[in-house]
Design a protein around this ligand. Sequence first.
Ligand code: ATP
Ligand code: MG
Length: 549
Amino acid sequence: MSAKIGNQPALILKEGTSRSEGREAQHANITAALVVAESVRSSLGPKGMDKMLVDGFGDVTISNDGATILDEMDVQHPAAKMLVEVAKTQDDEVGDGTTSAVVLAGELLSKAQNLIDKDVHPTVVVDGYQMANGKALEFLRRLAVKVNPADKVMLRKVAKVALASKLVAEHKDFVADLAVNAVMEVSEKVRTEYKADVEDVKVEKKPGGSLTDTTLIQGILLDKEVVHPGMPKRIENAKIALINCPLEVEKPEFDAKLSIQRPDQMKSFLDEEEKILRDMVDKIAAAGANVAVCEKGIDDVAQHFMAKRNIMAVRRVKQSDMEKLVKATGGRILTQLEGVKASDLGQASLVEERKVSDDKMTFIEGCKNPKAVSILVRGGTERIVDEAERAIHDALCVVRDVMVEPYVVAGGGAPEAEVAKMMRTYAQKLSGKEQLAVQAYADALEIIPISLAENAGMDPIDSLMQVRAKHQTKSKWVGVDPINGKVADLAKLEVYEPLAVKVQALKSAGEAASMILKIDDVIAASKSKGAGPPKGPEESAKEEGEGES
Ligand SMILES: Nc1ncnc2c1ncn2[C@@H]1O[C@H](COP(=O)(O)OP(=O)(O)OP(=O)(O)O)[C@@H](O)[C@H]1O
Ligand SMILES: [Mg+2]
């Protein structure tokens, strides 16, 4: 790019760099972000559609989950990518509401575009939006209803709403129960508050059976089989050694030479190795362990000794699973076998290897008061278990959200409609162009009830008008009921969502919209040679050759 100083062109950017400025840049960014938002909008709500995504290898994903859809879409445009980030943040922070957040961000941008077209400066829009965002959060908190974080009935309702829009909706009662029980099990009460981490619920999936075969295990499920055929496959009252050192004789790291001259030397060498391994097993047995879970390898000879002593063992268990086993069984991770005591061992009422579909898995279950549990997801096909796993993730997250921050709002676009109403009243106090921006923010919020109605085949404008009218008469929880295709009071229908989900959606949508609106210059370097996909060795060799000539 160049500018002229006198007659001399002044080059400040590299050749090949592209640049767009001002309105043009803004317009391009907004359009790109809108395309992303529009692509997920039809999947919002219990009547939303699913998307089928096919990656470069031909692998198919079918999903309704905003974060998953956008992740699989592999968006390239930088502004569009920012909306993908919104979905990611939403997913990481609260686990649900990813589609809503992206749709909202898109609508905020679309309304902003209208204002910009009417010559409202983007900075004014951004300021207005930021003001409105702060107010919206305040209004939302004022609307929210406090609940008892240990109220299973309420938690189940919230989980059911998160599941309503997923492939597993048919079995939402069943799955919601699993999610509530799982999170309650791993939660901890600290004075009056609860702490819970969904990471403590291990979700394993195996295609086969049906979704209703999905089970909650009071302990940890390992996708591992027992190492030796001679070992027991079922142990009751298990005392479990959680071992983090290899049950092998360490091999020298470098080329060490061992010179053996006589056959008896060889024998004594092997005997010594065997003795070391036997000692290891003796120590485990002496502590009273009848199950060994090892993060590292287990030598064949050690396996043999363990089998002889009726100890069941699995090896090469992931570190994250070892940590969960500590939480579930109450055992300690053993970094060496010297001085292992009975009190170091974990406990479970049953450890058993079972066949699940074609694979053997080890169930460590019946743990007393486990602080980590597992869910084994089953379902007809691989795609069903994949989507079921994502749905269970959403359900676990919303249950956690409510336990940690025990406030809920009704769903169906009711809170958005109510906040929009409050926002319009607030806007009247403002003057000038800021008022326009705050009003635009209020209008944008209504995209949620509009989309829910549209996706359910209802008349969106008509539904919105009915919702607005009801809100004027203090029915704050009136919104769209897509299941019955009506405008209704969602609190009466017991459709509740965590406040945390709505708060996060507003925050990240507002931030992303402001950030995109503030950009008035896009300077893009030309694609560097190295940026492409990795080249084969021949190709790069050829290029090098060319460089030399
Ligand atoms: N039974 C129901 N009646 C009315 N509205 C519902 C019902 N179930 C869900 N909803 C609404 O559907 C919306 C959520 O839809 P959906 O789960 O598809 O998207 P999301 O939660 O925003 O994103 P994602 O689940 O993909 O992370 C919320 O506004 C919620 O209130
Ligand atoms: Mg959802």
